[in-house]
Design a binder for this molecule. Sequence first.
Ligand code: GLU
Length: 266
Amino acid sequence: MPDIASKKRIVIKLGTSTLTHKTGKLNIRRMNNLVQVLADLHNAGKELILVSSGAVGMGMGKLNITKKPDDTPSKQAIAAVGQCELMHIYDDMFSKYSVTVAQILLTKHILTNGLSNVQNTLGKLLEMGVIPVVNENDTVAIDELELKIGENDSLAAMVATIADADILIILSDIDGLFSADPHSHPEAEVIPVVEKIDSKIMEMAGGAGSSLGTGGMTTKLNAAKIATDAGIDMVIMNGKDPYKLYDLFDNKATGTVFLAKGSGNN
Ligand code: GLU
């Protein structure tokens, strides 16, 4: 097991299902607990970068829209409303602990063409003691032309790579990677450590989960590939109990750890 307690630069991906109830409205208790733990880790000297989904989910909640529309202008308009709300909530909740946050909206184009600017800005924000909150710029990203990343698991892995992070943590609505689909196989167990993402591991992934988010286990394994190839350990764990992050940083086994390439056994 890697020494997670010693990891300093941490990218944490927060999925829509972690931040909101099924109604699309904010899960206030969970967010309060989460922000408290994150502010505490920040105070303990960790450098945090959040990759947060929720723009579309929260926009839907705010506009009382229950079914995600199919057309691009509606989705982009909803994201514009939700992103604003999302950052307002982070800003408000973190300010209770005197922690400053910043918004970074990225596109696939920027990630492939303007990398050094993003890198420099992330570095400067961390130096200033600020927590950057990253999302895809859903209001301008165009999915028809395949110019959109489309899900934040991969975005988080790309951010971890460009920020030269020590670890990527994906908070999800499942406990980790299961040996089989836990819905149809109640005996399935969480795999604590994955040394290598081979075809057997890829087969364990099912389809996308919640109706508000976009990812599933497949996108998480793709993210794990990007991160571990770049020499970064990755953890998938359940975001429903944010206090479990303390266990993780106390080196107590939590969720599934994907070992960085070149870390010994792979
Ligand atoms: N960027 C999208 C949002 O903020 C989420 C993408 C995802 O769920 O992975 O709503």
